[in-house]
Design a protein around this ligand. Structure first.
Ligand SMILES: [Fe+2]
Length: 201
C-alpha cells in the first residue's frame, strides 16, 4: 500500500505530537507539520506510513523488546525539554537564553528522518532500510527540514542530537534535547537488557 496523495496538516500531526501546539510561532508550527507530513508520506522505502502504522513503530530498533513506541518517545522528549527549560530558567541565577519555540521544534523534528530510515522487510517487520543505512536520520532530517525552510537553530538540533554531533559544540537547546533523548534511550536499553535476561532465564 502507498500513502501517495495523502496530506497531514497541523491538526493531524498534533494528534501524534500534542506539543506541536506549544510552538507559539504559527509559521514555524506549520513548517514542522509540513516536514512531518513529508517524512510520513515518503518514508518506508517510498511506500509511506499510515498514522496507525507509525504509532506502532517501536521507540528504537536498538533497545530489544520493550513496550515503548517511537511516537511516545518523541512526546516524552518534547515534554522533558520544556520541563528542563522551566527548571533552568527558575534556578540559574545567570539567565539562560533558551529559545523555547526552537527547542520544541527541534525536539519534534530530531527524529523526523526515522520514517525514512526505517522500512519493512518481507514479513512486515520494521527494519533499517537501505536508505537508512546510507543516510541516518539526523542527515535525512536536516535535508527535509531545509527543504521546508526550518530555521538553522532547529536544523542544528536535528543535526547534532545523536552521536554524530559529539564532535560539535551543541547549542543550549541541543544540549537539552540530547540529554532528554538519552534519558529515554538509556532507560530503554536497560529495560531491553532486563527483558532479554528474563527470556533466557
Ligand atoms: Fe535520533
Amino acid at each position: 500500500m502507498t500513502t501517495e496523495g495523502t496530506h497531514y496538516g497541523v491538526t493531524q500531526i498534533a494528534q501524534l505530537f500534542p506539543s506541536l501546539k506549544r510552538i507559539k510561532d504559527k509559521s514555524l508550527r506549520e513548517k514542522v507539520a509540513l516536514v512531518w507530513n513529508e517524512a510520513i508520506t515518503t518514508g518506508c522505502g517510498g511506500k509511506g506510513w499510515t498514522l496507525d502504522e507509525l504509532r506502532e513503530v517501536k521507540f528504537t530498533l536498538l533497545a530489544g523488546d520493550i513496550d515503548m513506541k517511537f511516537v511516545e518517545h518523541l512526546n516524552s522528549c518534547a515534554l522533558q525539554c520544556m520541563a528542563i527549560a522551566d527548571v533552568l530558567k527558575r534556578t540559574f541565577r545567570c539567565s539562560i537564553p533558551i529559545q523555547r519555540d526552537y527547542l520544541i521544534a527541534g525536539a519534534l523534528l530530531a527524529d523526523v528522518g526515522k520514517p525514512l530510515e526505517y522500512d519493512k522487510d518481507a514479513s512486515g517487520k520494521v527494519v533499517q532500510g537501505k536508505f537508512g543505512q546510507q543516510v541516518r536520520h539526523p542527515f535525512s532530517g536536516v535535508a527535509l527540514a531545509f527543504k521546508h525552510g526550518i530555521p538553522g537553530e532547529v536544523m542544528h538540533i536535528i543535526a547534532t542530537h545523536s552521536h554524530e554531533g559529539d564532535k560539535m559544540e551543541r547549542s543550549i537547546e541541543s544540549i537539552i534535547f540530547h540529554h532528554a533523548d538519552f534519558v529515554d534511550f538509556d532507560i530503554a536499553k536497560l529495560l531491553g537488557k532486563r527483558a532479554a535476561k528474563k527470556v533466557t532465564g
